[in-house]
Design a protein around this ligand. Structure first.
Ligand code: WQD
Length: 343
């Protein structure tokens, strides 16, 4: 089986991608420093797959440690690079931490990959590179704008690094997947999102409020130019997103990819925050305690994807609805409560 190194493979999207890689016949090798993930995710992956996945506790900014992994795991066919910090607010407060980790880890990883002649990379990018788009839905040709945060800027810089490398005549072939808003959890409810501390993102805040962990959800702003005044996002089920990574690896290994390719990974549909809340209430039967509060600084009013390119080139299609994603997020939250009470 072809070995795929998955950095950040114990994280939210990483762990779901590890499962889909195995289902697709690949042999994933996890590399994670567990700074923003938990070992319990590996138990969940094992419970789903019925087998262990090799995992190295390694920091991607540590070249020597990376070399050790590449030496031990001969024959790595490709790499999927998730390892990065992703809290927008934290990046504003601690920009150097984000530039060192997010940009530094990519540069170090690419250098070690070149040393070991591993020349296929899937990079975890984000729709945040579009900033506040002038037109909707956004296509891959939508101008990449000055990012709203150091976090967003690190994603933009990483894309530029991959582009410069491609233009340098390097053998490296990369695919950057621009995620919209990943939500939900594996249908088995054995893996899911594990936000450390108070969640920044909407859906874990919804499920924790419904579970009584949080008192009340605040919806940030209802005076935007949208049907109900709340922001619009493109909420994509994390399992669909994981499958997009398998499709990207397949394309790179097929030899058909250009040196650098970009793909939007979303559903192609925008939903408001209120619609997301109502979908959760409808599908779970749980009445959510929420109020409308002031806008959150830096929020993009409206963004959702044109996914034509990913559909036509990667053969990627989302299969899950917003309701199914919300149900899976709730099932995961209930599983977390259960395992906490048992512990
Ligand atoms: C979604 C909507 C909020 C919390 C971020 C990153 C992005 C990507 C996905 C990594 C917004 C509203 C939220 C709350 C709310 N991450 N909201 N109350 O900001 O679209 O994107 O996560 O790649 O890079 O920026 O996601 O879930 O924080 O917010 O009203 O308590 O929910 O205003 O409109 P966001 P989010």
């Amino acid at each position: 089986m072809k070995k795929i190194l998955v950095t950040g493979g114990a994280g939210y999207i990483g762990s779901h991608t590890v499962v889909e890689l195995v289902e697709a016949g690949y042999e994933p090798i996890i590399l994670d420093n567990f700074s923003n993930s938990q070992e319990s995710a590996l138990e969940g992956v094992k419970a789903i797959l019925g087998r262990d996945i090799t995992c190295y506790r390694t920091d991607c900014t540590d070249a020597a440690a990376l070399r050790e992994v590449f030496e031990k795991e001969a024959g790595i066919a490709g790499v999927i690079h998730f390892a990065a910090y992703k809290a927008v607010g934290e990046s504003v407060a601690e920009p150097l931490k984000y530039y060192h980790n997010n940009v530094g880890s990519l540069v170090t990883l690419l250098q070690v990959m070149e040393e070991f002649q591993v020349d296929k990379l899937v990079f975890s990018s984000s729709c945040t590179v579009y900033g506040i788009p002038d037109q909707l839905p956004v296509t891959e040709q939508t101008p990449v704008q000055k990012a709203n945060s150091p976090y967003g800027n690190t994603k933009k810089m990483c894309e530029e690094i991959l582009t410069d490398l491609a233009d340098s005549g390097s053998n490296m072939h990369s695919i950057a997947l621009r995620y919209f808003n990943p939500i939900g959890a594996h249908p088995s409810a054995k893996i899911g999102e594990l936000p450390l501390g108070v969640p920044n993102n909407l859906v874990p805040f919804i499920t924790q409020t419904a579970a009584g962990i949080r008192e009340q959800l605040t919806i940030f702003g209802s005076d935007y130019d949208t049907p109900d005044g709340t922001c619009i996002r493109d909420y994509v089920h994390v399992v669909d997103l994981a499958k997009a990574h398998v499709a990207a690896i397949n394309r790179l290994l097929s030899g058909k990819a250009e040196n650098i390719e970009f793909f939007n990974v979303g559903t192609g549909t925008g939903n408001t925050v209120l619609e997301a809340v109502q979908a959760f209430e409808r599908v779970t039967g749980v009445k959510l305690n929420y109020k409308i509060g002031p806008r959150r600084p830096g929020d993009v009013p409206k963004i959702y994807a044109d996914v034509t390119k990913a559909t036509e080139v990667l053969g990627f299609r989302t299969t899950s609805t917003l309701e199914e994603a919300m149900q899976s997020a709730w099932d995961w939250q209930l599983h977390l409560q259960e395992s906490t009470t048992k512990a």
